[in-house]
Design a protein around this ligand. Structure first.
Ligand code: DLL
Length: 435
């Protein structure tokens, strides 16, 4: 097997790709207009009909879709196929209230897994490889997506999920894993644990890793490569557009190729919605042109990045996106989980003896995120017994964990001790310097 999973598509000339995208886009717009009343309404409001969308050059005429639309339409309002034709749902990590539920037909799963197969192949994977998947399995798309891609390529697949790191390393050694798929922070943790066990890269057979789902720096890439003795490849995606595999890195490691036969990418000004020319930094917007059950048109990802069509030495012609350089909303990714400050606020508002004055402090210890929430006590509570303060701390901690699925260190602080700001409150202090 060569270095491409689908050479015809991955190396297609621009003109042919645009033609393919245009045909698929026109058919997709018709499909959603006829099958999703929510979309029909949005398009009618904008005065656009499927006849107006003949190809990629007409894309800008379509309305945007946002996370707020997904919430409004939850759970079935954006389904474009009968439920009986759907075979799977997946969902975003740890978020209640803002949960995104994505639906898949068998055809959608096949396409998604195909995208992941391209990523694995670009990282050097073949049917000779042993692929250890330590992304979470379940509603999160990481485990199922890379698992499916690994099967397609024909690798021996180890569906490990995350956790129990020493056992991960033992399997890795016993079965001779050659490819590792997980979040970059977990990869670094596996690397550190390997060294703590008195072992090093020579004691394992790993050659490549496929890491994504959260921001990571070039420094972190080098650190993981050194700890595990591998080449580390980035992979990007979001639940709304299937999951991982929307874009993937090749051996040049200078950005991720977008699977343009399935997703049309645009960069817009997040404030005005204006489409920006290639090379501009702005918000990434995706239109999925092949998905049947949950085909989002002009979906605003809130991820800020730059697109480039500069020739790539790998031979692929698929447009490249930089690593996301931040977000145009307030979403944080902590320990791989998407966290909105409003979720924390909603927990605090339910407590009569804590105030909604809080500050989230995120940092990195080694390569692991730390997550602390400072909460101001009410005046009454401040003079209360230590026992009742501890009880409040425990209650906040368990409510946060049940909503987010991750633990936060709760620090109850004196009334009025969190600095007040004259403009917007500074709710988040992110010391991780990820971009
Ligand atoms: O994180 C899908 C995924 C799984 C991607 C495994 C890669 C590997 P969500 O939980 O919906 O889906 O989170 C999507 O995560 O909008 C980005 O902000 C962020 N993100 C995903 N990949 C990367 C990456 C999965 N490579 C949100 N670098 C996206 C930086 C990333 N941020």
């Amino acid at each position: 097997m060569g270095k491409y999973w689908n050479e015809e598509i991955e190396c297609m000339d621009r003109e042919s790709m645009k033609k393919l995208q245009s045909e698929r886009l026109a058919a997709q717009v018709k499909h959603v207009y006829e099958n999703v009343p929510y979309y029909k309404k949005l398009m009618d409001e904008k005065g656009v009909t499927p006849d107006d969308i003949k190809g990629v050059d007409d894309l800008h005429k379509l309305p945007f879709l946002t996370k707020a639309d997904l919430r409004d339409a939850y759970p079935y309002g954006l389904l474009a196929k009968p439920l009986a034709d759907c075979v799977r749902i997946q969902s975003t990590s740890g978020t209640t209230g803002r949960r995104v539920v994505a639906f898949y037909t068998q055809h959608d799963i096949d396409l998604w897994e195909d995208c992941c197969a391209r990523a694995i192949t670009a990282a050097g994977g073949t049917k000779e490889d042993v692929c250890q998947v330590c992304y979470g399995y379940g509603l999160f798309t990481g485990g199922p997506g890379l698992n499916g891609g690994s099967h397609k390529v024909g690798c021996l697949t180890l569906p490990m999920s995350s956790g129990n790191t020493e056992r991960q390393i033992q399997f890795m050694r016993d079965l001779g894993s050659t490819i590792l798929c997980c979040t970059p922070s977990y990869a670094a943790y596996i690397g550190e644990t390997l060294h703590e066990m008195g072992l090093g890269p020579d004691d394992i057979k790993l050659k490549a890793g496929i890491f994504g789902a959260e921001p990571w720096t070039e420094e972190m890439r080098h650190e993981i490569e050194r700890l595990l003795g591998i080449k580390a490849y980035d992979i990007y995606g979001l639940t709304e557009t299937s999951g991982p595999g929307v874009s993937f890195e090749c051996e040049e490691q200078t950005g991720m190729h977008i699977n343009e036969d399935h997703f049309i990418a645009e960069i817009i000004d997040p404030d005005t919605g204006e489409v920006l020319p290639e090379g501009s930094k702005g918000e990434l917007v995706f239109t999925s042109i092949t998905k049947e059950a949950f085909p989002l048109l002009r979906y605003r990802t809130r991820d800020i990045c730059v697109l480039s069509r500069k020739k790539c030495s790998c031979g692929r012609t698929l447009v490249k996106m930089t690593k996301p350089m931040g977000r145009s909303d307030d979403m944080l990714i902590i320990k791989g989980v998407n966290v909105f400050p409003s979720q924390i606020e909603s927990v605090l508002l339910k407590m009569s003896n804590a105030t909604p004055n809080y500050q989230i402090v995120v940092d990195r210890a080694g390569n692991v995120d730390t997550f602390e929430i400072k909460v101001e006590l009410s005046d009454d509570m401040f003079t209360d017994t230590i026992k009742s303060v501890e009880e409040l701390e425990r209650k906040i901690s368990s409510d946060i964990q049940s909503i987010l699925g991750i633990r936060a260190k709760i620090s109850l602080v004196e009334p009025k001790s969190i600095p007040r700001s004259e403009g917007k409150a500074v709710r988040v202090i992110d010391k991780r310097k990820l971009v």
